[in-house]
Write a new protein. Sequence first.
Lengths: 226, 226
Amino acid sequence: MAVLLLVEDDAAIRSSLTRAMTERGHVVHSVGSALEALRAAVDVGPDVVLLDLGLPDLDGARIMPMLRAVVSVPIIITTARDDDDEIVALLDAGADDYVVKPFSAKQLDARVRAVLRRIGEPEADGPVVVGGLSIDPRTREVQLDGQQVSLTPKEFALLLLLAQRAGEVVSKRDILAEVWRLPQGGSDKTVDVHVSWLRRKLGESADEPRYLHSVRGVGVRLVDPG
Amino acid sequence: MAVLLLVEDDAAIRSSLTRAMTERGHVVHSVGSALEALRAAVDVGPDVVLLDLGLPDLDGARIMPMLRAVVSVPIIITTARDDDDEIVALLDAGADDYVVKPFSAKQLDARVRAVLRRIGEPEADGPVVVGGLSIDPRTREVQLDGQQVSLTPKEFALLLLLAQRAGEVVSKRDILAEVWRLPQGGSDKTVDVHVSWLRRKLGESADEPRYLHSVRGVGVRLVDPG
DNA sequence: GCGGACGTCAAGGGAGGGTTAAGGCCCAGC
DNA sequence: GCTGGGCCTTAACCCTCCCTTGACGTCCGC
């Protein structure tokens, strides 16, 4: 399904992950050091890099920007430390996702697919338009029927996510994963509240929604009313 | 005169070149391997890289594109082989110049200065105009409604970056990467302070910005008020 | 009717931005 | 070599805004 570059110094983990991912249909190139990783990234041109943080020759946090610079490729961090601050810092520094060891092959595979899906999508940075709603990630402007709407960061991220998947029901689990992105995440309640605020700012009510339709037991769906 | 990164595995050559170049007014960082070179390129931010082709851990030809990708910096190849084809290939691959060993410090210095002079010039870009704001990279002059505004180097670089991406939200991360060029250094706070100073010099306030709009949680946006 | 899910409100705590000032570095001028 | 000024960074403070959480009401489905 995809070409993975696995960077992991522990040979046992490396081989078991290689096998597991291969079984799941990926092509896996595995290396054990940062230097090899850089070389392989250029030579192999992987679709995703799975990067272990505890490398012998160079700290993972250090190598990430280099990797990022050498090839434009999504990076999934694999780490043994479940340290919130560190993870947030890495995501800020440009990591696309992370998994905390020990993790299952299934989970890792899910992350890989999620990342691939995310970058496979338009991502053209152009404004997303749904009905009378226009959301521009570059300028961070939102317009409703030509009228400027001012949103908070979370509201904006939420609306953008829903708009990118317009017509589709997005589960609260997905929403929390994409918008909140924190290890323990928020609760469903938080999502509800933000949806409520969005509705107010979009001039609609939960009873008579124009764009934001709740789907009981599942999640939220942004609908083109036209 | 310039910050040089010397990549050379032979310790004797390394120390003699370091001394010679230092005497000629350069600041020299020297390393003996490709991996160190990548790290130092990011950390030090040299003006020129002097790259030996015969490195122990990674072929010089291999490391060049990586180096190129990590930092935008001219590279001068130093090689013992006087092989035309190889040299042509390297120049094609993006090397800026080369010297064949044995060479004199004087000769190397001349190459360094030539490369610096060459890349120091290009800034052929015309002024960037946004509303009543005009920023000229060539003359480093900034005018606001016809009035000259005097900026410090960082202020100028920041304003230019924002103007080049006028209308677009530029993240603090991007700003630090573009203006500060120090992958690990520099905090968001520093950006805030410079924005504050820019606002003052542009005669606007954070509450009622005319050009410089902060976007909470993301970064800054330079807007054409017209 | 009951439990669970959703909607809304309000409170509080926290994070981020604005601003000022202090300290360090570098260079120019003496 | 010394000194002064310009510039940048960082710390500290304040303030605003935003997010979270708990409470409570409502509606749906069983």
